[in-house]
Design a protein around this ligand. Sequence first.
Ligand code: F6R
Length: 259
Amino acid sequence: MLVLLKQNYEALSREAAHIISNAVRSNPAIKLGLATGSTTIGVYRELVRLHREEGLDFSRVVTFNLDEYLGISPEHPHSFHHFMLEHFFAHVNIDPSDGTIASDYEQYCAAYEADIEGAGGIDLQILGIGRNGHIGFNEPSSSFASKTHLKVLTKATVDDNRKFFAACEIIPRCAITMGIGSILASKRVLILATGGAKAAAVANAIEGPVTAYVPASALQFHANATAIVDEEAGSRLKLKDYYRDVMEMTELFTPGRSS
Ligand code: F6R
């Protein structure tokens, strides 16, 4: 995995947006898989800036949301559909999906996979990582071959999501998520992590054994996966010096590549 160490959250967000915007420029009809969560907010903010100030064009871009809670409507302020509108889609020239999950979940999940396949697959998948190593809502023990499916969330994830909901609100216990198999089928994957709370998950995912106990470790099997982590999230990586060497050498061969 290519590991890019960034000084802080702003630099991480700029680097991720730089990679995404380059991908959009070289393939204006790109298919993007998009994650929500606090980690991604800075990336979407930077993409919106690039759209406004540099005319980055999303008119032909097709997007697939990585996951969605069950039991709340697309209009709910904490649905992932709403998150994407609020932080990204409403501010760029993109065609947002409708976000309604059909009540026949099995059929809905199969149709979602068929849509991805029909579009030619996802070119670039953006991911965050949970403290327990989840990607999408693929919690520990998820199958590496899984496709879009219904997932019961762990208590740790429900607790982490508490920050997004008002004290008296019911927090969703289930979600629909692309599976690890769906994620591995993307042509390129970008996984982002910020803050010390993610340090163990990041080290386990990148340098630990590949295990269903750490779903993100499956990315070690992906031929084109890049992790962008800030100082704190990367603090428990053993090979930090090597990753810095690789970044330095890459800069030598392709100056200006990294921000
Ligand atoms: C969100 C998602 C999750 C988050 C992860 C990190 O669409 O799929 O896997 O990426 O839980 O969330 P934050 O960024 O809020 O720490």
